[in-house]
Design a protein around this ligand. Structure first.
Ligand code: UDP
Length: 362
């Protein structure tokens, strides 16, 4: 089969509609997957929860209740499916149309699509977008890796390691449409923080930094946990915070590019951190806790600083050394590693192996 003839069905996250921000980085990852594959002549259709917004691609909107988010669940959590679940409805649609596609790509961090894999005749590529959180999901991911070698990809090696994989896997990192991000050589006075406002993202540490230094902090992102956000504001009533809301990529980059640096203060094992590569694309250095995906993105001392996790003092020290970072180097790193072309190379290499294995009857 010619590579340029692939027909691919992308099945989105069931935690919210595309464009809502509830899906976090997966929303942007799905869009850029679609873009980079389209650029290479592949035909893409996207299946996503009803209410999704996605320009430029055929979109099948599926009704049903959203899935509870995995990061709020305990390690021994049972697998849940709400009544009339959008997750099972999307995969039921995928099952019915599978004959029309060469490949289905799963963007859900959920048990069901992994469990269904042996029952499908069309191969399924699974992009695992979070670190290990729930034992039942770990088990089904590892089972699919063993039964269908090469079909599972992770965002970064640190994330993959949390599943203790024995089989080989693909590491996708991520990719961006760099034309959408404008380089900025001369920043304004503020720092930036960006992402879902939820406890695992550790916004309070970035706020503690600016409270101490008196440097303004632009905050971009969906308020996923309103109590958590109010608690931060109560604890730091005088911190110079500038909450900009949850913005479209175009508006987001227009603000972000003015930042002196992006602070990444995640408490959890961040799988990747799209926000890091978006900052680099604008020429904004990244100061991050040395944990998870960002530790594989930031070139310490060259495109930002990696500091000891959960230590506000380390962040303060890195801010004092921002002058040592060349903003042009940040943009260059994004161009070298995270362009749609570089990302498309990783994606198509992954898919080529899966499609070839299935054609061989493996
Ligand atoms: N984001 C956005 N508008 C905002 C703030 C953030 O669209 O105002 C997006 C950002 O582009 C990124 C996502 O939110 O794609 C956050 O993803 P990340 O991978 O950093 O973390 P996740 O939410 O997946 O844990």
């Amino acid at each position: 089969m010619l590579e340029n003839s692939w027909k691919i069905l992308l099945i989105s996250t069931p935690v919210g509609p595309l464009g809502s921000g509830l899906g976090g980085g997966v929303e942007l990852s799905l869009l850029n997957t679609a873009k980079s594959l389209k650029q290479r002549g592949h035909r893409i259709t996207v299946v996503a929860p009803q209410g999704s917004v996605l320009d430029g691609f055929p979109l099948v909107e599926i009704p049903g209740q959203f899935q509870p988010i995995a990061q709020n669940q305990s390690r021994d959590a049972l697998i849940q499916l709400p009544e009339n679940a959008v997750l099972s409805n999307m995969w039921d649609y995928g099952r019915k149309v599978q004959e029309d596609y060469d490949l289905i790509v799963n963007f859900a961090f959920d048990w069901l699509p992994f469990y269904l894999t042996p029952f499908f005749t069309t191969p399924i590529a699974h992009w695992v977008s979070m670190a290990s959180l729930i034992t039942a999901i770990d088990q089904v991911v590892l089972a699919v890796m063993a039964q269908f070698p090469g079909t599972v990809a992770f965002c970064a090696h640190n994330q993959a390691a949390t599943f203790h994989p024995e089989a080989p896997y693909t590491c996708l990192f991520g990719g961006l449409d760099l034309n959408r991000y404008q380089f900025c050589q001369e920043p304004g006075p503020a720092l930036a923080w960006m992402g879902r406002i939820a406890p695992e993202k550790g916004l309070e540490d970035a706020v503690a930094v600016v409270d101490q230094l008196g440097i303004p902090l632009m905050i971009f992102g969906k308020i996923q946990d309103a109590d958590y956000w109010q608690d931060i504001q109560r604890r730091y009533p005088d911190a110079p915070l500038d909450y900009r809301g949850f913005l479209s990529t175009d508006a987001l980059q227009a603000g972000l590019r003015e930042a002196r640096a992006l602070l990444m203060t995640h408490r959890w094992m961040e799988a990747f951190g799209n926000v890091a590569i978006e900052a680099l694309a604008c020429g904004v250095p990244v100061i991050s806790y040395d944990r998870g995906g960002p530790a594989e993105i930031v070139r310490d001392g060259e495109t930002g600083w990696l500091v000891e996790p959960d230590q506000v003092a380390g962040l303060v020290g890195a801010i004092a050394r921002l002058d040592e970072i060349d903003r042009q180097q940040c943009r260059t790193q994004a161009e070298q590693e995270y362009s749609l072309t570089a990302f498309g190379d990783r994606l198509t290499q992954w898919f080529r192996g899966i499609i070839a294995a299935r054609s061989d009857g493996a």
